[in-house]
Design a protein around this ligand. Structure first.
Ligand SMILES: [Zn+2]
Length: 294
């Protein structure tokens, strides 16, 4: 075979190979454990959080990305300042607390969390992952029927800081449609996986009527902590207007029994301290529904 033909053939084989493996990679990423305090076990990334003490965005800035934005990369705290009306991480300083549960629905953990909230008459906010909602639609309907608020947590939990705006929009809109089919409204709330978002994405969210809501108290429950560790993490940080990050869904091998066992005690302790439990729309005085998004 002439040399040039051989090289051409190799080139075509390489292109075909990359086309075949790319979707497989996406699939693997989609199925990998989803945790907000830290990234999945498959794609190890630094911990991220909304609190300044936990803000790891500086270290993330060095990650190579296909984000086409030419603007200098802004840290989460800079974005919070610049887009204060859109990008929230806490509520007004009154004795209200918002429990938020990410990575739902998950039949292993979500029903137990819902049972506890029902027993203590507490309303919370659940951040739903689109592909999980497709697999367990009845759990999403149950959240709505029991008075909780649903937010958008992407379609398959990607790390948005590495993604361009087109990708972000697709993830949000697709999940909006899935949620709207199940509960009858398109959510106003977005929580980006790992709390990470770019300025482009945030700007788009603002223009289309969303609020992007992270947290200022991280339970770190995704680590498989004990009940007492989850309680301590929350009780040492909590205050008026706190938005607490917990999970009611996880990846393969996740253990959220700490969160489930801690929840009744946390509710009782915080109630005694004079706090009331509210959903994010109640805390932020906004609608749960985004009428501008369609
Ligand atoms: Zn998550």
């Amino acid at each position: 075979m002439p040399k040039y033909l051989f090289y051409r053939l190799m080139y075509i084989v390489l292109i075909l190979l990359s086309l075949c493996t790319y979707p497989a990679y996406l699939q693997a990423a989609a199925l990998s454990p989803v945790r907000d305090g830290v990234h999945s076990t498959d794609i190890e990334l630094p911990k991220s959080s909304s609190t300044s003490s936990h803000d790891s965005s500086k270290s993330l800035d060095s990650i190579s990305s296909d984000n086409t934005s030419l603007d200098p990369v802004m840290t989460l705290s800079q974005l919070r300042q610049k887009y204060a009306e859109t990008f929230k991480f806490k509520g007004p300083e009154i004795k209200e607390i918002a429990f938020t549960f990410d990575d739902v629905p998950d039949p292993r953990f979500t029903p137990q969390v819902l049972d506890i909230l029902k027993k203590y008459k507490v309303k919370a906010t659940f951040f739903v992952v689109g592909d999980r909602a497709l697999k367990h639609p009845s759990l999403v309907r149950r959240m709505k029927e029991e008075g909780h608020v649903i937010g958008n947590h992407s379609f398959n939990h990607p790390f948005f800081k590495n993604k361009n705006l087109v990708y972000f929009k697709k993830q949000i809109r697709r999940t909006d449609r899935i949620i709207a089919n199940l509960v009858g409204y398109r959510p106003k709330l977005i929580r980006p996986p790992y709390g990470e978002i770019t300025e482009d994405q945030l700007k788009w969210a603002k223009q289309h009527g969303y609020k992007v809501v992270n947290w200022n108290v991280d339970s770190l429950d995704w680590k498989g902590l004990t009940k007492d560790e989850v309680k301590t993490n929350i009780l040492t940080e909590v205050g008026p207007g706190s938005i607490i990050l917990q999970h009611a869904g996880g990846g393969t091998g996740s253990n959220l029994s700490g969160t489930i066992e801690a929840l009744p005690e946390l509710i009782q302790i915080l109630k005694k301290e004079g706090y009331t439990f509210v959903t994010l729309p109640q805390m932020l005085h906004i609608s749960k529904e985004n009428k501008k998004s369609s």
